[in-house]
Design a protein around this ligand. Structure first.
Ligand SMILES: [Zn+2]
Ligand SMILES: [Zn+2]
Length: 366
């Protein structure tokens, strides 16, 4: 193998350059991943628009095979050279309170909103050994990596959905408690919203309502194929009427806002909930004006901000993929090479000619 890795580096705002990096020496407690596919996440778009904290290799939903493995790392991770794994983006310390109770996504050592902290897909190339992102042929496997074995038979562009579908299991099932008899409203038919549809369906939810705009019809069609019972373009249809009509006036048990649409959607969610319902918000755009805390109290609503996924959620996503019970192929709209990464990121941000659902990048594709 060559001792260089080609990587697509986000060098400045909305600008990508292909660069070669020397493959680092691998210490006993680390490894090297040959990247097979990396899923493009909605979070890549704000990062691509931001030139802080300097040039970096984006891409944090990473699947690959173990290319090199330090002896200690092999014991620690329970993997061997050639194994196919899906990585989490987090590089948690392993010994703080959060890590010790399994909530390692909250570990401060991997919270890149804090200066100098690291995780895959957002750490600058100036931090040695540079290969921190999935839009690269090889990735440095830091000793604190969190990985999941990928069973045979899952195509790599599907395996690259492990984290968005894992988010779905976290938000809709583990946090939201979707299950038999429950009505769940999911705002936003992007890959996270579709992940929530999959999780709610797998959990046996009785009534899954996916919302967006009437221009989202291609995403709605995928949502229905994945198990949504109703899809509602909120610019054309009265959502409260649909929720009320489909629940016999009982209203929703759970509302998840992963639309990123801001106050109108988040505030409007309160009216959709029955008493003691749960509102989960994973995306907002700044402070929510007019947020009615009195109605939260009056209806005894549980409000939860959520971010990312637990280990269990990603395992549930991978076992769902392996079971082959959902037509996940319909979620995959584009498979791109590194040279097409800029176009893919612009499409992700709604700036391209085409519309995407899930884009995966295969760094060895020419
Ligand atoms: Zn992500
Ligand atoms: Zn920790």
């Amino acid at each position: 193998m060559s001792d260089l890795s080609v990587a697509a580096v986000a060098v400045e705002r909305c600008k990508t350059e292909l660069r070669e990096f020397r493959i680092p020496d691998i210490p006993a407690d680390a490894g090297l991943l040959r990247v097979v596919a990396t899923g493009m996440c909605g979070a890549d778009w704000p990062m691509y628009q931001n030139d802080k904290p300097g040039p970096r290799i984006l891409g944090h939903e990473i699947v690959g095979t173990i290319e090199r493995l330090g002896e200690l790392a092999g014991e620690q991770w329970g993997v061997k050279v050639g194994d196919l794994v899906a990585l989490e983006e987090y590089l948690p310390c392993g010994h703080c309170d959060y890590c010790r109770c399994g909530e390692f996504r909250s570990c401060l050592e991997t919270d890149t909103r804090l200066p100098g902290k690291i995780r895959y897909g957002s750490t600058p190339v100036a931090t040695a050994p540079s290969l921190w992102g999935g839009y690269s042929q090889f990735l440095y496997l830091h000793p604190r990596s969190v990985m999941h074995p990928v069973p045979p038979g899952i195509p790599s562009h599907i395996a690259a959905m492990a984290l968005p579908i894992g988010n779905g299991f976290q938000w809709a099932y583990l946090d939201g408690k979707a299950g038999p008899g429950k009505t769940i409203v999911i705002h936003g038919p992007g890959q996270q919203g579709l992940g929530c549809v999959i999780a709610a369906k797998a959990a046996g939810a009785q009534n899954i309502i996916l919302t967006g705009l009437s221009t989202d019809e291609n995403r709605f069609a995928v949502g229905r194929a994945l198990g949504a019972h109703h899809t509602v373009g909120v610019d054309k249809q009265d959502l409260l009427e649909v929720v009320s009509a489909t629940t016999g006036g009982r209203l929703a048990d759970i509302v998840i806002d992963c639309s990123g649409a801001g106050p109108a959607v988040t505030n409007g969610s309160i009216a959709l909930l029955r008493k003691r319902g749960t509102l989960i918000v994973s995306s907002a755009r700044g402070p929510i004006d007019g947020f009615d805390i009195d109605r939260i109290i009056g209806k005894q609503i549980v409000l939860r901000g959520t971010r990312g996924h637990s280990f269990e959620a990603v395992e549930l996503a991978i076992s769902t993929m392996a079971a082959g019970t959902f037509p996940l192929e319909k979620m995959s709209s584009h498979v791109l090479g590194l040279h097409e990464l800029h176009d893919g990121l612009m499409m992700l941000g709604g700036q391209g000619r085409e519309k995407s659902i899930h884009i995966s990048v295969q760094p060895w594709k020419v």
